[in-house]
Design a protein around this ligand. Structure first.
Ligand SMILES: [Zn+2]
Ligand SMILES: [Zn+2]
Length: 333
């Protein structure tokens, strides 16, 4: 069974649980760990069964609860390398480091750990793992990472890195344009235009079901259009109403940023894609990342419905809106 649950969507936090086969993935961790777990339980998802966390980009509304959640569950986090580095800079801004310096810090921590007899447990290979994975530039066998028992990630946290805010149980890198697998789920990451280090959207596939995932993008370029076809479910941003944004409370530089080619999709831009480029195949279309200041759910819905006129039937294009404050009902295939 494939199951898709949006726990939260919007500028105050984004997180979705996706499961296929025996694999369960958290896409973005933009809520506090506590709130993530609360919403997962509301949605009858067990946090302890998560296999991995996948991050689309380093903006705060996508990573707020990341470190705490990953550590608590002892599961690997998948980033692009640039996103990982940007996330570390965001978390530890007082210690700006070059990549070489960061590697040197990892080496020192390993040496310190080896000098402390009480921390030398056989399974204590966390820093090694993180170090090796950071140095390597290919996606490791995801099945290997995901199949390691959580205890081996979580139990051996070295004292030297305990207070490092960027410490994670394990880090895996992927590259846009290079599909990879986590257990039973195949992930195809693609570049999206957004003002982050290396932002991506995804097509997830499992058990023959294809799910498209694209929020936080300033426009829909050809490479994204090419990905968003033949889907069973599409989660697409419908961030703002242009008039509400123009007349709204944001300072002009912020308005410019949202409107820019690396900002967010307006209701009109999303509707234009649905009317002109979308193939009409998905059973579900979920509008996400709606602005609470510059949009109204009804405006987003009406724009999308108009674009889908004639497409909606009992079987396809059921339109749903993902919200900020409560999970959307799980969708199963
Ligand atoms: Zn966002
Ligand atoms: Zn963003």
């Amino acid at each position: 069974m494939v199951r898709f649950t949006v726990l939260a969507s919007g500028s105050k936090g984004n997180s979705t649980v996706l499961s296929g086969g025996r694999t369960r993935i958290l896409v973005d961790a933009g809520l506090s760990c506590r709130e993530l777990f609360r919403r997962m339980k509301l949605s009858e998802e067990d946090p302890a069964t998560l296999s991995a966390i996948v991050i689309t980009h380093e903006h705060q509304d996508h990573v707020n609860g990341l470190a705490v959640t990953a550590r608590k569950l002892g599961i690997p986090v998948y980033f692009t390398e640039a996103t990982h580095r940007a996330w570390m800079r965001w978390l530890a801004p007082r210690r700006p480091m070059t990549y070489a310096q960061w590697l040197e810090m990892c080496r020192k921590q390993t040496a310190e750990r080896q000098a402390e007899p009480e921390s030398e447990t056989p399974e204590n290979e966390l820093t090694e793992d993180t170090f090796d994975l950071a140095v390597g530039n290919s996606v490791q066998s995801a099945a290997t990472a995901a199949s390691q028992p959580a205890a081996s990630h979580a139990s051996g946290r070295p004292p030297a890195v305990k207070d490092d805010p960027t410490w994670l149980p394990a880090v895996e890198y992927f590259r846009p344009g290079e599909p990879f697998s986590i257990g039973d789920v195949c992930l195809s990451p693609f570049t999206i235009p957004h003002d982050a280090a290396d932002p991506v959207g995804f097509v997830f596939s499992s058990e023959g079901v294809r799910l498209g995932f694209a929020t936080d993008l300033g426009y829909i370029p050809p490479n994204v259009k090419a990905q968003l076809h033949n889907l069973d479910l599409l989660l697409l941003e419908s961030n703002h109403d242009l008039e509400m944004l123009r007349d709204g409370p944001y300072p002009w530089p912020v308005k410019q940023r949202v409107l820019s080619r690396v900002g967010h999709l307006s209701n009109d831009a999303t509707a234009e894609f649905l009317a002109a480029d979308y193939d009409g195949q998905a059973a579900y279309i979920i509008l996400g990342h709606l602005s609470e200041n510059n949009n109204l759910p009804e405006l987003a819905r009406v724009a999308a419905e108009r674009a889908l006129v004639g497409r909606a039937s009992l079987l396809t294009n059921r339109l749903l809106l993902a919200g900020q404050h409560e999970p959307l009902s799980s969708i199963t295939f």
